[in-house]
Write a protein that binds this ligand. Structure first.
Ligand SMILES: NC(=O)c1ccc[n+]([C@@H]2O[C@H](COP(=O)([O-])OP(=O)(O)OC[C@H]3O[C@@H](n4cnc5c(N)ncnc54)[C@H](OP(=O)(O)O)[C@@H]3O)[C@@H](O)[C@H]2O)c1
Length: 325
């Protein structure tokens, strides 16, 4: 038996239950992992609350990201062996000392990436990779607006966009977070708790507005995010930290400048093994070079997963959050 954090019924952070679970031998195509660090992400709250239904039924072990070493391989697994250092994004099962996972979703960790960094970046960093390179191609001269710039995805995406040569405007909810957003490469920071962010974007850009808005906030930043875009700009709604964007009339995209709008998710961008490996390798390269740092500033014991969710949802965390199993 090993310690894990399970959800028996959906609800608030109090439904996260620290208990013992059995981890059997790996089946066909699976590996067993001794976990060294587990990532905590906003999507974990969506599964916990029931906003996203659990694909594993009930009860389920919370968590979608982790890093550790392979301790056993199941039949048919040929490219991983006991002792390999791996990291992953896999739907559920993450908050545990040991777990089974499909070998084909594992990525081998280079020596220069620690378990802690890996658990702090596989989900958030691969998301930043596809958002900046595939959803919209950010390059020198692009003007980007990133909401929640001091958050987990926020700090990684802002550093990376800056590295690509973009002008980066970030929004944050407090003066302390504004400092962190600046350190993470934002050229301009707007405190949207106090300022009208669309008006400030207009002012900062001299009326030219942004080429792309990355919005993981959802309900409270819509539709003002659209007012930050130049004609034919891209609205990328990639999360719902404040609640989901409500149904809207698609004609608003025409009146606000023939805008493009998309609601992407990592799973679709890394569904093919070759895309998963390419996306992870690109992330390892940019982190390995030092161009993007992974700020793992909030660490909790596995048994304190509840507190980690409370803090994440109360906007008390910055950067990446991990659990130590
Ligand atoms: N689509 C994908 O592929 C994908 C992948 C990864 C993550 N995501 C999404 O990206 C977003 C960020 O995820 P993360 O794990 O890195 O979290 P995070 O940004 O570290 O935390 C969320 C941040 O959102 C801001 N926020 C604004 N209003 C909020 C509210 N009412 N409740 C809670 N937070 C609020 C807070 O920053 P301020 O205090 O500065 O406002 C908070 O710190 C989430 O929406 C997540 O679902 C999407």
């Amino acid at each position: 038996m090993v310690a894990a954090v399970r959800v028996h019924k959906t609800g608030g952070p109090e439904v996260l239950t620290y208990e013992e679970v059995e981890v059997p031998a790996p089946a066909e195509g699976q590996v067993k992992i001794k976990q060294h660090a587990c990532g905590v992400n906003f999507i974990d709250c969506y599964f916990r609350s029931g906003l996203y239904p659990s694909p594993a039924g009930m009860p389920f072990v919370s968590g979608n990201e982790g890093a550790g070493e392979v301790t056993a391989v199941g039949p048919g697994v040929t490219d991983l062996k006991v002792g390999d250092r791996v990291a992953y994004v896999v739907g559920l099962g993450g908050y545990a000392q040991e777990r089974l996972a499909p070998a084909e979703r594992m990525v081998k960790l280079p020596d220069n990436i620690s378990y802690e960094q890996a658990a702090g970046m596989m989900l958030k960093g691969m998301t930043a990779q596809y958002l900046l390179n595939r959803t919209f191609k950010v390059e020198k001269g692009t003007t980007v607006l990133m909401h929640a710039a001091a958050g987990g995805v926020g700090q990684i995406l802002c550093q990376w966009a800056n590295h690509l040569g973009a002008t980066v405007i970030g929004t944050v909810g407090s003066p302390e977070k504004a400092e962190l957003a600046k350190q993470a490469g934002c050229h301009h920071v707007i405190n949207y708790s106090e300022e009208d962010f669309a008006a400030r974007v207009k002012e900062i850009t001299g009326g030219k507005l942004c080429d792309v808005v990355y919005d993981g906030i959802g309900k409270t930043t819509f539709p003002a995010s659209l007012d930050c875009l130049r004609p034919l700009g891209y609205f990328v709604s990639f999360g719902s930290a404040s609640g989901q964007v409500e149904a809207f009339n698609i004609n608003i995209l025409q009146t606000k400048g023939s805008l493009f709008a998309t609601r992407p998710t990592l799973n679709h961008y890394v569904a093919k093994r070759e895309d998963l490996v390419a996306t992870a390798n690109d992330l390892f390269k940019v982190v390995g070079s030092g161009a993007v740092k992974i700020p793992v500033t909030h660490k909790y014991a596995l048994k304190d997963a509840r507190k980690a969710h409370e803090d994440l949802e109360a906007r008390k965390t910055t950067g990446s959050v991990i659990l130590e199993p």
